[in-house]
Design a protein around this ligand. Structure first.
Ligand code: ATP
Ligand code: MG
Length: 243
């Protein structure tokens, strides 16, 4: 089944008709559990970002007032309060980072490009190879599709980092004749995608497929045991041929 570029073109997900009823039910339950987890992560992220971080910032401001009240009477109070404020600022920055990492829908607030920039900096902390993003910033994508593209990108990069043993991951978002396209390519060991569809070892690929279907993206995954993996999601332009 090798194509001209050497990639084994893997069949698309064969759909529920290929699964037994209990397999399908199990997959639906697993996906519903993942969706629920995303909602809970969003709630926790909002709580940290919108409630905990502002209270700590407020404590820092109160310290300023205390310093002004006391600095003429108590020696060393300025430097002590500055130290505490510095600690508070570090905690607030840390809480904001954690809340962005937790929040699956940060893309709704910021848009796809900043969300992918965040994804890149998050994974750069743990991936020793080269991880790059090329983003055509003239591209316009509806929010619902941006959320789905972000989730596909997150899962594809997480998989590349965890499983591919690669030295390079390239993320690309650009406009094509068919529509807006996200591509995540690694130069790792590849895997048997068709085999994974029949006997899944995890939920990430199922989740990608689920998100893509829900938001009208065309997903394809080409993997070659010698040449790495390419995940492509295209938001098909309604006016392009074949839609
Ligand atoms: N880029 C990749 N390179 C090599 N192998 C991959 C790649 N992506 C996926 N795989 C293989 O496909 C399997 C299934 O991936 P999937 O994302 O569905 O599950 P997972 O990553 O193992 O677990 P989960 O995503 O649920 O935490 C992986 O265990 C891995 O063997
Ligand atoms: Mg995974």
């Amino acid at each position: 089944m090798a194509s001209r570029n050497g990639y084994a073109k893997v069949e698309r997900y064969r759909g529920p008709e290929a699964l037994t009823e209990s397999d399908q039910r199990f997959r639906d339950l697993a996906l519903a559990a993942l969706e629920k987890e995303q909602v809970e992560r969003g709630k926790l992220a909002r709580l940290l970002h919108d409630e905990v971080a502002p209270i700590l910032s407020c404590a820092g401001l109160q310290l300023d007032i205390l310093r002004m009240d006391l600095e003429e009477r108590v020696s060393g109070v300025s430097s002590r309060t500055a130290e505490i404020q510095d600690l508070l600022e570090r905690v607030v920055r840390h809480i904001r980072d954690v809340s962005y990492d937790l929040n699956p829908d940060v893309v709704k607030r910021t848009g796809l490009q900043p969300a992918l920039n965040l994804l890149v900096s998050r994974f750069q902390r743990v991936f020793p190879g080269r991880l790059r993003l090329a983003y055509d910033d003239s591209i316009r994508i509806p929010v619902e599709a941006e959320v789905a593209l972000d989730r596909v990108a997150n899962e594809a990069v997480a998989n590349a980092v965890r499983h591919a043993h690669c030295t390079q991951i390239d993320l690309l978002v650009k406009s094509t004749g068919e529509g807006a396209k996200l591509q995540v390519r690694d130069n790792g060991i590849g895997f048997d995608y068709a085999g994974e569809q029949n006997f899944p070892h995890g939920l990430g690929l199922l989740m990608m497929d689920f998100c893509a279907r829900k938001s009208g993206l065309r997903l394809s995954i080409d993997s070659n045991l010698a040449g790495g993996t390419v995940v492509i999601a295209i938001l098909m332009d309604r006016n392009s041929p074949g839609t």
